[in-house]
Design a protein. Structure first.
Length: 95
């Protein structure tokens, strides 16, 4: 049985925040069920930063090649609460 998990998002601080590293908090991962095939990651970000998204399955990082990423990930994200990133596996991904 394949298992997957969404890795903690990598966050790189903006040039203006060199002295302070960004903090990601209140991370939740949810999915309405296998039929929906979309994983939602909600998080809070204390400073504007570049947020990247990665997927891990059976202990191996596969990046996002096996699906599509949307929302507030893989780009510059403004500081704030209730940020959301989405991962939808390609239809060929088992599950």
């Amino acid at each position: 049985m394949k298992t997957f998990s969404v890795l903690a998002m990598t966050v790189l601080g903006s040039a203006a925040a060199v002295a302070a590293l960004p903090t990601v908090s209140n991370i939740t991962v949810s999915s309405p069920g296998p039929a929906a095939r979309t994983v939602t990651v909600s998080y809070d970000l204390d400073v504007t930063a570049v947020v990247t998204f990665d997927v891990k399955t059976n202990g191996v990082t596969i990046g996002t090649a096996a699906g599509d990423v949307g929302g507030e990930a893989d780009k510059i994200v403004l500081a704030g609460t209730g940020r959301k990133a989405y991962w939808t596996p390609h239809h060929l991904w088992p599950g």
